[in-house]
Design a protein around this ligand. Sequence first.
Ligand SMILES: [Ca+2]
Length: 540
Amino acid sequence: MANRPHLKFSVQGSRFKVRPPSAVLHSPSSFLAPSLALLLSVLSPFALPAAPQPARARPNFVIILADDLGYGDIGPFGSKLNRTPNLDRMAREGLRLTSFYAAPVCTPSRAQLLSGCYPKRVSLPNVLFPACPIGLNTNEATLPKLLKPQGYATLAVGKWHLGDQLEFLPTRHGFDHYFGLPYSNDMGPAEEKAALQSLERAAPNEPARLGPPGQLGITRGTRPPLPLVRDEQVIETVSPPQQDLLTARYADEAVRFIRQHRAQPFFLYLAHTAVHVPLHPGPAFRGKSANGLYGDWVEEVDWSVGRVLDTLRECQLDRKTLVLFTSDNGPWLVMGTNAGVAGPLRGGKGSTWEGGLREPTIAWWPGQIQAGASCDALMASFDLLPTFLKLAGGRLPDQRKLDGADLWPLLSGHRRAQVHSAFYYFNGAKLEAVRSGPWKLALPGQGAGSSAAKVPSETPSPATRLYNLDRDIGESTDVARQHPRVLRRLERLLAQMDADLGRNQAGPGVRPPGRVARPQPLLLPGTPFVMGDASPSPNP
Ligand SMILES: [Ca+2]
């Protein structure tokens, strides 16, 4: 964006790039003569080779998920504006994953992460609004549900957004406990007005695009007060000033849970409400950054990452715990200075340009995952389910197709591992692009999502385009004419997905969402609330 300093990046180009290793994984190769080490480093994806090794059995898992954080918003991914010392340290001690994909918006991204599937497969391709009749189907085998038989304690903290009806809450999907605001922080009555006004000024068509009224919950009109939920009960309503305290309260819950489970394997899913508009940094962070309220809140998220990692060290669990930090989608560019930046990537939230769903991701597990390195291999948040389940000694469900694959060969430094031959970019239910290796084919009509209003050139393109992301991470140059064979190969990959989930229509691989007949808003007991005119129909 024009008012932000230019960000420098080093993630494009070769498949793996390595920072100066401030900490080197302990392995026999660390002691090799320099010439041999150099030779091996050419053969290995990492600067210093680490022999693949069996991981410690049943490690703990922590996923820290930010909301709407851009690819260029943290130090390890090039930000010079937001101070993120804890994420900087996490990256020095861990592995940056530079081609890690989520989905363009909140609900589908979380469905992808927890179900191990493309969101369209589990029928959650769009954002859900309060009192929505659909949610993640309890027939789906979620990551926490699959970890339970392996003896894991499970906790979800923060934003859920996979359905706000009782049967869709985290406690019905394998989490022992839940504490958080179950959908976006702009979906309350006061915030709704401000957020919609801001949005409508910037992008007149945006609210309608987010979801048709009556199908995906209460999109307009009266909305219930924002509910803070513990397990299955609303325990408070969240006023705007109380939103300021959410990040610290989430961190407290996370720290308490870790301390209580020193002796039992656990899975902690810490999904921040931050840094989604409206911005609510805590009092200790407000006005402290060089990047306005947005930077203040990024720095508070960074602080909370530090609290989690410090607690793991204090409890001597750091070598028994795999922590993954990522974001659910790209920066919400139409929010201007209240939004983040995608760094070198084109587009933002709501689009299938790289900036919409390629996320700043770090994997950390001292002694098991290479320190101070990065990996540019294609991977996605749906890979976390099979990866974690295998490390936990569990079994994947036989009867259901998953899209994720085991990332451990890559995370543990296995040479030349390729876990995916293709990644597909869906915008809602519409298939808009496919990536294979460095090549990305984008279909005619690929929209620019939320970035359209600020970037007039990114109106839907009438042409099929081919980009080489290794050479052109910003998707600026169409090279389709120079590479007809690549184009044909990627078109065949698109045809494969068309036969599975469908390009526009629902293909045979799509499974139904969960559905309730009479959705009710989540309310603090005794709260008077009447559903507005846009209340959802029971059977859309
Ligand atoms: Ca989001």
